[in-house]
Design a protein around this ligand. Structure first.
Ligand code: SAH
Length: 237
C-alpha cells in the first residue's frame, strides 16, 4: 500500500515542485507514494471564487473562510478517512524526526496549506486539524512547509532510500547530531582526513564517530542531550 498525500492549497501549481525530483520524485514516479494537490478555490461558491474575508474583531489581513475550507476537506478526506489531517501553522508543534517517523507509518496525510493571516479557528476544531510547524519563523504560506514535511516522510518510506541503513546513523535518529564525514582526496588544501578513519579498525572508527557526535551535540545542541536523557522514575518520559 502506497502512502497517499492530498494537499489542499490555493497554489496547486506549486506541486510537486521539488518533490518531483531526486529521491522523492523517483518514489513518486514508481508509485511508492502519491501526491494530489487540490485547489481550495474550487470549493468557493460565488462567482469570484472567494476563499477569504476580513478578520472578525478587526485587524490587518484576511482570514480563510471555514465553510469553503471545510467543503474542500470533506471532499478529499471524509469522516471515514483514517489519514491524519495536518494544518501547516507557525502555532503548531515543531515537526521532529520522531513525528516524521510516525507519519511515515500512516496510510498518508491530508495537508492544509494556510495563506493570509491564517484560517478560521472553527474549522481547525471541527475537522480535527493537527497544527504542525516547521520552525519558529513565519512563511508566506503553508506550501513550502508541506513540502518540507512530505520530503522528510517520503525518504523514510520502504525502498526509497538507497542504502538500507543510511537512515539509522543520521542526525536526530539516535538523539545526536551526525559525526563529521570525509571522502577522497586524503589531502586537500593541506587538510587531512582524521587518521582513525583510514585505520581499517571498524571498532575504533565507530567509537571515534560516537565521541564526535556526542561532542558536536553537546556544543551545538545541548537541548537534544537533555531531551533524550532518561527521566528517573518516569517510563513514559
Ligand atoms: N498570522 C499567522 C501567520 C500566517 S503565515 C501567525 O502569526 O501565526 C500564512 C500561512 O503560512 C500560515 O497559515 C501557515 O499555513 C503557513 N506558515 C507560516 N509559517 C509557518 C511555519 N513556521 N510552519 C508551518 N507553516 C507555516
Amino acid at each position: 500500500m502506497s502512502f497517499r498525500a492530498t494537499v489542499l492549497t490555493l497554489y496547486p501549481q506549486m506541486f510537486p515542485g521539488p518533490l518531483g525530483i531526486s529521491l522523492a520524485g523517483r518514489a513518486l514516479a514508481d508509485g511508492t507514494w502519491s501526491l494530489d494537490p487540490v485547489d481550495i478555490r474550487d470549493f468557493a461558491n460565488d462567482r469570484h471564487r472567494t476563499v477569504d474575508d476580513t478578520p472578525a474583531g478587526g485587524g490587518p489581513g484576511m482570514v480563510m473562510r471555514a465553510d469553503v475550507l471545510a467543503r474542500a476537506i470533506d471532499a478529499v478526506s471524509p469522516a471515514s478517512d483514517t489519514r491524519p489531517r495536518l494544518l501547516m501553522s507557525p502555532r503548531g508543534k515543531p515537526l521532529s524526526q520522531s513525528d516524521v517517523r510516525h507519519y511515515a507509518e500512516t496510510p498518508g496525510l491530508t495537508i492544509v496549506c494556510g495563506r493570509f493571516e491564517g484560517i478560521d479557528e472553527r474549522v481547525i476544531e471541527a475537522r480535527n486539524l493537527i497544527e504542525v510547524s516547521i520552525g519558529d519563523y513565519v512563511l508566506s504560506g503553508g506550501e513550502i512547509a508541506a513540502m518540507v514535511t512530505l520530503d522528510a516522510i517520503v525518504r523514510l518510506l520502504p525502498g526509497v532510500m538507497g542504502a538500507a541503513d543510511s537512515a539509522h546513523e543520521e542526525s536526530f535518529e539516535d538523539g545526536l547530531l551526525e559525526y563529521p564525514q570525509y571522502t577522497r582526496p586524503a589531502q586537500w588544501e593541506g587538510r587531512e582526513i582524521p587518521p582513525v578513519l583510514l585505520s581499517g579498525d571498524h571498532g575504533k572508527v565507530a567509537r571515534w564517530r560516537r565521541a564526535q557526535a556526542e561532542a558536536l551535540t553537546r556544543r551545538r545542541r545541548p537541548d537534544l542531550l537533555s531531551a533524550t536523557a532518561p527521566q528517573p522514575g518516569n517510563k513514559e518520559g
